[in-house]
Design a protein around this ligand. Structure first.
Ligand code: HEM
Length: 124
């Protein structure tokens, strides 16, 4: 196993991760049924997002939180999302960048969750 070294590796990670997401009972519903995500667009965008995160390529400069504000998700869905992300990284890579990707994913998932909570988005 090696670390995440560049675009090819990020592609591997992103594609493997969203394969898992689509198979997940709850997350699969949100992406495919509720949001009807166009994967041909979403996957390259997520590759750009992670490329910017890990290698500061500036290929992504969006504001992702907005896209999540009105999704039918709960706090525990962020845990599911993050568990799958961590599992996918660990299945393919190890090293400093791999650790950083997991750390950033955890931080962003947690910040989305806190922001939604503050906006009163969760039912519980
Ligand atoms: C329960 C957890 C999550 C769900 C269900 C979810 C779902 C979605 C959906 C449905 C979209 C819109 C896709 C489209 O219509 O093209 C999206 C976009 C996106 N998500 Fe998530 N997401 C989750 C967590 C996260 C986290 C933790 C991150 C960051 C680490 C993230 C990063 C992004 C980015 C960068 C976009 C693209 C936004 C843009 O268009 O600029 N998501 N997500």
């Amino acid at each position: 196993m090696h670390d995440i070294r560049g675009d090819e590796d990020i592609k591997t990670l992103v594609h493997a991760f969203y394969d898992k997401v689509q198979e997940d009972e709850r997350l699969g519903y949100v992406f495919n049924d509720y949001a009807a995500v166009d994967w041909e667009k979403h996957l390259p965008k997520m590759v750009d997002f992670w490329s910017n995160m890990l290698f500061q390529t500036r290929r992504y400069n969006g504001r992702p939180f907005r896209q999540h504000m009105n999704l039918p998700i709960e706090k525990m869905d962020f845990d599911r999302w993050h568990n799958l992300f961590e599992e996918t990284v660990d299945e393919h890579f190890e090293g400093v960048k791999a650790d950083y990707a997991k750390e950033m994913a955890a931080k962003i998932a947690s910040s989305f969750s806190v922001r939604m909570e503050m906006d009163g988005k969760f039912d519980n």
